[in-house]
Write a protein that binds this ligand. Structure first.
Ligand code: NDP
Length: 243
């Protein structure tokens, strides 16, 4: 039987690379995101890259809406089979000094990054508890561990994922479900396109910024390593050592 993975925020950037990594290892993959055309484009590209894969599906889903997340994962199970892996890559950043941050932006960041992960983890956990196995991987950020000027709310939303991951891991480990957190540094995606890459590279011991595939490798490792749960895996080329 083909194993099934669902990737929230799988239409681009890190999520798309995660979807590709699982497809290459023979998983059927569901890609869940808000923008339909962006997601369809990603699915077409993934199908071209993986000519022999038939198990790529997509559906519209906003991680901030519990009912929609529940319906989406139910649909994934009906069309592809029991969920083995759920990865939440959906995230936004609206960087600004805290004193200048408006309430709407605070709500959006916390809703998508923190509450979205709480919702997706909860719904995924319920389904996986029924199967008595499964893996949830959340995506944090190195700024959630170290903080960063101009990213106080984003950092707070990502720091919350450490507590979420470690608590849920303890709640459901004995029932065969593992929960882990990948913490990327600076990764080349739409989210970082306005950064001064040359300046950032100088702070990274490995002298480059990350590729989405670097993060996908860590996600795949955690999702398929049978005795790891509640773990926080930093994938940042050593950036945290210098900050
Ligand atoms: P991108 O902006 O490239 O992709 C974000 C993805 O999330 C898109 O697929 C987007 O699709 C989806 N998304 C956003 N909001 C929602 C929502 N409410 N519901 C469902 N899907 C949503 O970002 P990255 O790939 O760079 O980031 C992926 C994750 O990694 C994020 O959590 C980010 O915080 C984290 N991260 C990124 C780093 C980086 O340097 N790039 C560093 C550290 C962490 P759509 O808009 O269609 O919904």
């Amino acid at each position: 039987m083909t194993l099934v993975a669902a990737v929230f925020g799988g239409s681009q950037g890190i999520g798309r690379a995660v979807a590709s990594r699982f497809i290459r290892s023979g998983f059927s993959v569901a890609i869940l995101s808000r923008n339909n055309s962006k997601r369809e484009e990603a699915i077409t590209e993934l199908e071209k890259e993986n000519a022999y894969s038939v198990g790529i599906k997509g559906s519209q889903c906003d991680v901030t809406d519990e009912k929609i997340v529940q319906e989406s994962l139910k649909l994934v199970e009906e069309t592809l089979g029991p969920l083995r892996v759920v990865v939440n890559c959906a995230g936004i950043n609206l960087d600004r000094l805290l004193v200048q941050t408006v309430p709407e932006d605070i709500n959006s960041i916390i809703n998508v990054n923190l509450i979205g992960s709480i919702i997706t983890s909860k719904i995924a956990a319920r389904l996986m508890l029924k199967h008595k196995c499964g893996n949830i991987v959340n995506i944090g950020s190195i700024v959630g561990m170290k903080g960063n000027r101009g990213q106080a709310v984003y950092a707070a939303s990502k720091a919350g994922l450490v507590g979420l991951t470690k608590s849920l891991a303890q709640e459901i480990g004995s029932r065969g479900v593992r929960v882990n957190l990948v913490v990327p540094g600076i990764i080349q995606t739409g989210m970082t396109e306005n950064m001064d890459i040359e300046q950032v590279k100088n702070q990274v011991p490995l002298s480059r910024i990350g590729a989405p595939e670097d993060v996908a490798e860590g996600v795949f490792f955690l999702a398929t390593s049978p005795f790891i749960t509640g773990e926080v895996l930093i994938i940042d080329g050593g950036l945290h050592l210098n900050r």
